[in-house]
Write a protein that binds this ligand. Sequence first.
Ligand SMILES: [Zn+2]
Ligand SMILES: [Zn+2]
Length: 260
Amino acid sequence: MKMYPKTRALLWLRCLISGEKCIACGEMNTRGESLLCPECEDELKKAHLLICNECSAFARDCLCPSPIMRENRVEFLIKYAFYDAQKSDEALNRIIRRLKRIPDRLTFAYFAAVLSKTLIELSRVRGFEAENTVVTYIPRSKRMILRDGYDQARLFAKAVGQRMEYPTLPLLVRLKHGKQQKYLRIDERIENVKGMFAPSRKYSVSGKNVIIVDDLVTTGATVSEAARVLYDEGAKEIICLCIAKSELKHNKNSDDPFID
Ligand SMILES: [Zn+2]
Ligand SMILES: [Zn+2]
């Protein structure tokens, strides 16, 4: 994968500080410019090549949104892979868990680079250009930012914006924390996210195409609510990009706190 000089410099700096460790398993990784050991890279590539039930394309080529997203005029969801929260020891799950704890710009840059291939193609088809397109993200609540120390969706959005040379702007203000989505059924999720966001008063979205970035998408209720707010403000077309799309498996005993 081609790396920007800045990314290369960051990688070098990190090797200097913490040694070269695979971002999925934490084992020492002696392969120079890769973030992953060979085993985890293979595992991740397999996740990237899982087949979508709906369109039969590989995850990397699938653009299927969830039904709620479709209802809210978000017709395209770009994802790196499909994600099963129950399979907690898979490379993708380990990486996602790690990203909740460590604001690793290199990992976000890695996913942004891979996903930008699909995004460039879709941008061409939909007429998204730097002049008419903005990258934004689903803002975390203050409580989550305090807990994790940072907003991972914001960092990921910045990596996507940088890669695409689109501006990245905070178009949404989070008004409430909401209940944790993982304990909710789909109808409860839709109710839970109502009124969660207000449009930013600082930036106008009128007439702009928007790429909403988030790390994980499950039902798409949160993204749909965000899209509804942005369309009300005059957004032209909204697409969504995430690292992983997971199916909703209602499990009260799940200890995976990362489904949103
Ligand atoms: Zn590994
Ligand atoms: Zn699909």
